[in-house]
Write a protein that binds this ligand. Structure first.
Ligand code: NAI
Length: 245
């Protein structure tokens, strides 16, 4: 395996589960030291560093990023992955729910990025990867709020890429389709007919199956790697062809 992250330090938000944990494992396997910032970092395995963090709380984010940078000896890569879901049309959710989900999925990215930028400016290989979703562009039914948050993250990615390119900080995002993670397994468990729901989710993606967390991690690793040092402001779909629907 390429050791393209040797000597680099990475922070992954939401690194305690699913795509975040798979990404942390991949970056570590390729030589990075990695901190997983999560509401619940108890399941984070060695040698990954688990740090408690709530991305909706500025003080928590500031403290967690400082702890991570201190324990890792700096910070080169930030993966903004923490996020939550929401179902429904625009009629389904009250204002408070719109604010709650935007606070995690969008302002959470802003908070961790603000805390990380001073460290990233000191790196010769600075990269941010935001975990967005194909919901940003696909026009999925019954996902108005969630799609709006991810549309915002995609727009934020392009704006951040423009703002920070001159100081050597790259910003890209991945847009996964439906990924087999604990989140999706929780949704399936809650469905009236989990087997039928799984079949429908698989059929929605032209590839005919769910995307794996490792496949999303591979795309994040590609965008975060010093090997792609000329790539910024890129939106990379990892969706089994779903965006073409
Ligand atoms: P997951 O639920 O398995 O993991 C998310 C992690 O984020 C959890 O460990 C959770 O504790 C953490 N988290 C949640 N709120 C947090 C907060 N306020 N502060 C800190 N940590 C927090 O979910 P999964 O599937 O791995 O999703 C990760 C990201 O990928 C999310 O941003 C999601 O929107 C995105 N995504 C997921 C897809 C899927 O089908 N699973 C598809 C497209 C995008």
């Amino acid at each position: 395996m390429t050791r393209d992250f040797a000597g680099l330090a990475a922070v992954v938000t939401g690194g305690g589960s699913g795509i975040g944990l798979a990404t942390a494992r991949l970056l570590a396997a390729r030589g990075a030291t990695v901190a997983c910032l999560d509401l619940d970092p108890t399941g984070v395995p060695d040698p990954l560093v688990g740090v408690t963090c709530d991305v909706t709380d500025t003080d928590s984010v500031t403290a967690a990023v400082a702890t991570a940078a201190s324990r890792l000896g700096g910070l080169d890569v930030l993966v903004n992955n923490a996020g939550i879901g929401a179902r429904g049309t625009v009629e389904a959710n009250p204002d408070a729910e719109w604010h709650r989900v935007f606070d995690v999925n969008v302002v959470g990215v802003v908070r961790t990025t603000r805390a990380a930028l001073p460290h990233l400016r000191a790196s010769a290989a600075a990269a941010i990867v935001n975990v967005c979703s194909i919901a940003a562009t696909a026009g999925l039914p019954d996902r108005a709020l969630y799609s709006a948050t991810k549309g915002a993250v995609q727009a934020l990615t392009l704006a951040m890429a423009a703002d920070h390119v001159a100081e050597g900080i790259r910003v890209n995002c991945v847009n996964p389709g439906t990924v087999d993670t604990p989140w999706v397994r929780r949704l399936l468990d809650a469905a009236a007919d989990p087997a039928a729901e799984l079949t429908a989710l698989r059929a929605r993606q032209p590839i005919g199956r769910l995307v794996s967390a490792a496949e999303v991690a591979a795309a994040i690793g590609y965008l975060a790697s010093p090997l792609t040092a000329a790539t910024t402001g890129t939106v990379l779909a990892v969706d089994g062809g779903m965006h073409g629907l």
